[in-house]
Design a protein around this ligand. Structure first.
Ligand SMILES: [Zn+2]
Length: 318
């Protein structure tokens, strides 16, 4: 079965829904909805309250469930494009991994709003910020934080349905979580999966992320809803896993040859992967692999890496 990659709510069947936002580039994330009886579980909110309200209105029209009716919200990870709409889910218990919830404190919407205000005077990095995040409105948002956290795994009920939350991070971020609904053979992956777009590894290690992909592939699931891009199946997960394996191998070679992380990012020939959206994200993934190889456990320097992505994008498009 295949689903069109069009904006809006797509019914997977048996109370499973995906809300998709083409093209899936920076900030345009997906969400999921699991419904059984009068209970419902929302997988992630969107990058701002306007987009989240639009999604909730669409969900209410299709299912009768609006933001104030959702009983459980799961935030798959800390990034704002999966959490900044949380305040509109007024009554739900909000579940995240402990590591993910902790990471949410690092970049609240108010800081994002200030950064976007400063962007026009920030030169090249500011220009790239505006390209990535200029469509969204962060002003006035306060983040409703998780009310329940877990480490490892957590089983929850939505009506009679079992939902398994499995922590597979640190990988894309510090606390990535997969949301499995075994009886319907569906998994909502958050940003453990990007489809037709380039994954970006802020936290690593890359082996954790590759293992998370393998875990999905080994599961008895038919429908895979990624954090960004169209709905796919297990074969779609293998495609992105192979990209991570490729980048890991190419990066290790250049690390061994004494190149800097920046030189490595510019040096790797992407081949067919260059046609994926946002190919410049390789700069962040390479940098994170280098930090791992160097035993450097400091977090990614996001501002410097946005500058590097901007230069790499320009370089390849010349
Ligand atoms: Zn995302």
């Amino acid at each position: 079965m295949s689903w069109a990659f069009t904006k809006g709510l797509h019914e997977i069947g048996n109370g499973q829904y995906a809300y998709l936002q083409p093209t899936g580039t920076w900030g345009y994330s997906n969400a999921g909805l699991v419904v059984d009886g009068d209970q419902s579980l929302l997988v992630d909110t969107l990058f701002d309250e306007k987009l989240t309200a639009e999604m909730l209105a669409t969900m209410r029209a299709a299912t009768g469930i609006g933001g104030s009716d959702v009983t459980t919200l799961v935030n798959t990870h800390a990034n704002g494009d999966h959490t900044y709409g949380n305040r509109l889910i007024e009554n739900a218990e909000i579940i995240a991994s402990k590591a993910g919830a902790h990471e949410m404190e690092e970049l609240p919407p108010a800081v994002m709003a200030r950064m976007m205000e400063a962007a026009p005077s920030m030169g090249e990095v500011g220009e790239f910020f505006q390209y990535c995040f200029g469509d969204f409105d962060f002003a006035g948002i306060t983040l409703r934080m998780p009310t329940k956290t877990f480490s490892g795994s957590l089983d929850v009920k939505v009506g009679d349905k079992d939902v398994h939350l499995v922590e597979v991070g640190p990988a894309h971020t510090l606390g990535d979580v997969l949301v499995y609904v075994p009886q319907d053979r569906v998994v909502y992956t958050g940003d453990i999966l990007f489809v037709d777009g380039t994954p970006i590894m802020w936290a690593g290690p890359v082996d954790n992320w590759i293992r998370a992909c393998d875990q999905i592939i080994e599961h008895d699931v038919d429908v895979v809803v990624p954090g960004h891009g169209p709905i796919t199946d297990r074969a779609g997960v293998a495609v992105m896993r192979d990209y991570l394996i490729f980048v890991n191998e190419e990066t290790r070679k250049r690390h061994a040859a004494g190149l800097s992380a920046e030189e490595a990012a510019f040096d790797i020939a992407l081949g067919d992967y260059q046609s994926w959206g946002d190919f410049e994200r390789i700069a962040v993934t390479v940098n994170t692999i280098y930090r791992g190889l160097n035993g450097d456990d400091s977090p990614a320097d996001a501002a410097a890496l946005f500058g590097l992505m901007s230069r790499l994008k320009k370089d390849r498009q010349r």
